[in-house]
Design a protein around this ligand. Structure first.
Ligand code: FE2
Length: 199
């Protein structure tokens, strides 16, 4: 089954001023499209081509297939990234059950925010920071390039893209400001909670 680029779940200008139309046009239409195109080229003659995207991520990582890890991994990561944001999102308006889990496992909202932003800031070079479910508990993680928590025995429920293509147009080199805006003004916490419940 070929990888496909889905449409954004909102208008290109819907996330302003925190993420601009120009950023989303480049990020979705050029960068995500490139992962889809490259992933399909790599999968064409691969025995993994009929597996689910999640299975391909895990197996490609075990087999140290860097091309599939990065391109199919990035396809998976971006499929979710678009849905981890919404207009008027972010901040402390969390579903109650998610807030409880964050308090129990991550030391409360404020500590989670600090640790999530810190994970993104300290990811050297390109990569992602995450909240994932591992062994039944929420954990903060960071991964390089196209890797994701699936490849490390965990289920991601929130991720922020810290590749420069995700923030350089709007924030230049200020990665921390971008991460803070993501948590404070963009996260779709209802979607995060739905993933936590099904993890
Ligand atoms: Fe990206």
């Amino acid at each position: 089954m070929a990888l496909e680029l889905p449409a954004l779940p909102y208008a290109y200008d819907a996330l302003g001023p925190y993420m601009s139309k120009e950023t989303l046009e480049f990020h979705h239409d050029k960068h995500h499209q490139a992962y889809v195109t490259n992933g399909n080229n790599l999968l064409k003659d691969s025995p993994l081509k009929d597996k689910s995207i999640e299975e391909i991520c895990k197996i490609a990582f075990q087999e140290k297939n860097a091309g599939l890890v990065n391109n199919v991994g990035q396809h998976y990561n971006h499929l979710h990234f678009w849905n981890w944001m919404k207009p008027n999102g972010g901040g402390k308006k969390l579903p109650g059950a998610l807030e409880k889990a964050i308090t129990a496992d991550l030391g409360g909202y404020d500590k989670m925010r600090t640790d999530f932003v810190q994970a993104g800031v300290t990811q050297f070079g390109s990569g992602w920071c995450w909240i994932a479910v591992k062994d039944g508990k929420l954990v903060i993680m960071k991964t390089p390039n196209g890797e994701n928590p699936l490849m490390h025995g965990a289920q991601p429920i929130l991720g922020c893209d810290v590749w420069e293509h995700s923030y350089y147009i709007d924030y230049r080199n200020l990665r921390q400001k971008y991460l803070e805006a993501f948590v404070d003004s963009l996260v779709n916490w209802d979607h995060v909670e739905s993933l936590r419940v099904s993890a």
